[in-house]
Design a protein around this ligand. Structure first.
Ligand SMILES: Nc1nc2c(c(=O)[nH]1)N[C@H]1C(S)=C(S)[C@@H](COP(=O)(O)O)O[C@H]1N2
Ligand SMILES: [Mo]
Length: 177
């Protein structure tokens, strides 16, 4: 597993305000927000991405109506497509054949799981604008939501706005060649 840009995990815990077992005296809650998330599965370059890494990548701001709160929210972070590209997930013209039967499983610290198909995340098919967000309205995401949350602005329900993202895994469906 490769860290794309390394920083000390303890430093991240401090800056993200997360509960971290490495900090003296801190208690790790059962579903404590993870300090980093992985991108793995059938990818050429498995990654572990820390909050600090996201801050150094090309960033996007997304203004979106939260369908639950009916309020406009401004999220900032890195396009999910950009992260997948870094991990070597097929995109654009390479996204064809068997890859079209692969999906992205997103898992959260509380065990919540959703899938996206690769095609729906690829701008050659549609503009999903799915964002791996680390701030909302200019502030870091709170414990229980962040450090990283997906925001899927074109989904009518926010059920795939996964909070506390822990792992993303490219999964080839059984029977795929
Ligand atoms: N980690 C995690 N993310 C989650 C969920 C969850 O249970 N766990 N619920 C989803 C559902 S069903 C909804 S409607 C929204 C709710 O987001 P909110 O708490 O910001 O309103 O989060 C989504 N993301
Ligand atoms: Mo929901």
């Amino acid at each position: 597993m490769r860290r794309i840009l390394g920083i000390a995990a303890t430093a991240l815990c401090a800056s993200a305000g997360v509960i971290c077992a490495a900090s003296p005296g801190a208690q790790k809650a059962a579903t404590a927000s993870p300090a980093q998330f992985s991108i793995g599965g059938t990818v050429s370059t498995p990654l572990t991405i820390f909050l600090d890494d996201l801050k150094k990548m090309p960033r996007t701001t997304l203004r979106v109506m939260n369908p639950h709160s009916q309020k406009m929210e401004a999220y900032e972070g890195v396009a999910l497509a950009t992260l997948l590209e870094k991990a070597g997930v097929p995109h654009g013209e390479q996204l064809r054949g068997a890859a079209l039967a692969s999906c992205l499983l997103v898992e959260a610290a509380d065990g919540y799981r959703v899938v996206y198909s690769l095609a729906e995340l690829d701008s050659g098919f549609q503009d999903s604008e799915v964002l791996a967000a680390d701030t909302m309205d200019g502030a870091p995401l709170r414990e229980g939501v962040g450090p990283v949350r997906l925001v899927a602005p074109h989904d009518k329900r926010p059920a795939r706005w996964v909070r506390m993202v822990k792992a993303m895994t490219i999964v080839k469906l059984p029977g795929a060649k």
